[in-house]
Ligand binder design. Structure first.
Ligand SMILES: [Zn+2]
Length: 247
């Protein structure tokens, strides 16, 4: 599923990897393990954004969703995979398949509006990029039936990722970088996005996670780094476990 056939699978020891301590937040004794629905954003047929080097967002999403699933299972959380094969038939099918789980997270990678993009040549093809926008972000909906838990989990994920050295996006409330979103928790890059079907048609707390901006040439390479993907998945899973078991 790796879009670029990267040869970066060698273990490396980034400062973030050394600094991070793996926190395994398991269900306390007597507490039933929670189930997390992990949704791969977009499909094989409609793959979402195109990266600065021509990669498909769906492929980025599928890789991170699998890494997140492993990290959740390592914390004894059950995982319900949604659209891992990219063949789901409709947007509404995603929350339907998630019904009965305890938490829903949709995995995405971000782009920016076309008027903010520049052209460059990559391996003989004209591609578009921006180097001005970057960072992870999360979206929640006012219309979600469990907004309190949605917000608490989003903030927990963002706080954990920032403590690990990941940088939160700053541009989602800025009208110059697309439709401005209402801020829910600016320091952890949590915003409201009310009309997203996967966020409001659920019966469970739901967060849409944007791992970063794949139109940013440097951030695209970072997002393709397997070791960094695992660290990011670790941070997301820690945030989810902490917030679900804090109820
Ligand atoms: Zn997307």
């Amino acid at each position: 599923m790796h879009p670029h056939g990267s040869n970066t699978d060698q273990p490396r020891h980034s400062p973030a990897a050394i600094a991070v301590s793996i926190v395994l937040a398991a269900a306390p004794p007597g507490v039933e393990a929670s189930e997390v629905a992990v949704d791969v954003g977009h499909t094989l047929g409609a793959y979402g954004a195109t990266s600065a080097r021509g990669g498909r967002e769906f492929d980025f999403n599928a890789v991170l969703a699998r890494r997140l699933s492993s990290q959740l299972e390592a914390r004894t959380l059950a995982v319900r995979p949604i659209n891992f094969d990219g063949e789901i038939e409709s947007l509404a099918a995603r929350p339907q398949e998630a019904a009965g789980a305890d938490f829903f997270i949709a995995i995405h990678h971000d782009s920016v509006p076309a008027d903010l993009l520049h052209e460059w040549n990559w391996q003989g093809a004209t591609q578009t990029y921006t180097d001005d926008y970057s960072g992870f972000a999360m979206f929640v909906s006012h219309e979600n039936p469990n907004l309190t838990t949605s917000l608490r989990c989003a903030s927990a994920i963002g706080a954990r990722l920032r403590r690990m050295g990941f940088v939160a996006a700053r541009h989602h409330a800025n009208p110059r970088s697309g439709t401005p979103r209402e801020v829910a928790d600016a320091s952890n890059a949590v915003y409201y996005y009310d009309r997203l079907v996967v966020l409001y048609r659920t019966t469970l707390p739901a967060v849409l996670f944007e791992a970063g901006v794949i139109k940013n040439r440097d951030e695209e390479l970072a997002l393709l780094d397997p070791q960094r993907q695992t660290l990011m998945a670790d941070g997301i899973a820690t945030g989810i476990a902490a917030c679900l078991y804090a109820r």
